[in-house]
Design a protein around this ligand. Sequence first.
Ligand code: ADP
Ligand code: MG
Length: 279
Amino acid sequence: MTANEPLLRAENVIVEYGTKRNPNRVLHEVSLEVGAGECVGLVGESGSGKSTLGKAVLGLVPVAGGKITFDGRDITHLKGQARRDLASDIQVVFQDPYGSLNPKMTVGEILSEPLSTAGTDRATARGIVGEMLERVSMPASVIDRYPSEFSGGQRQRIAIARALVRKPRLIICDEPVSALDLTTQATVLDLLIDLQRETGVSYLFVSHDLGVVRSICHRVAVMYRGNLVEVGDGDAVTRSPQHPYSQRLLAASPVADPILQAARRDEWLALRERQAASA
Ligand code: ADP
Ligand code: MG
């Protein structure tokens, strides 16, 4: 990677659903970069195309135009084994902590699967799984238990541990805390921030919640009907957005009320202090 090359670069990416004869274009030449160790937020109302951009990076939807590079390498149309190999660099954490973990597998099996797929031997895999569970503050004893035995927040920790076992350089976080209550959101966001600090992993962080994005992202991009309308410093975009659509998004945000917002931030800070004190 050259000094100026971002880790992830999407250039004029077009994605269309529907049929060839009747295409429904949902991404219109979207360009976005994520640097090494950076967290870039992608906000916008439901249906604006945020998840579709994440899926395009992951190769889960075909890209009809433009280019996606990772570490300078063109990954736009990677398929088969080449695409599967990319899982050692790019991982994902989805919103739904109930649907994203196979209920028939133990936590140990869930976490070691990406490693056995990569050909890691069992003893090494066991060591890595233990290390990752510790990283997400789950006791080693959980390996023999099933996802149904855990709360939403604990399941998201397990999903994060699974994303980490191959030591990726980028994690696509698609609404990773949206299904969680406020207190649990704060603890999972803190975990993601700590992990980024420790490992230098990059995040493309998809969320409809400006408050969440503000607390974790260095830069923020605002998507409106498949177009990026504003990209900038996280604090600036989430506090004083320039584009009319971003301003509307801020106004419609459930925490747009400045008093509420301040209270929520204080709540987070207090929680963080309590955690630091008890650590
Ligand atoms: P967001 O994540 O911002 O809520 P999505 O990327 O999921 O938005 O969806 C963008 C648009 O694409 C929406 O209009 C949605 O209805 C449509 N869409 C998403 N997935 C599919 C699909 N698999 N087939 C057809 N249309 C889809
Ligand atoms: Mg989505």
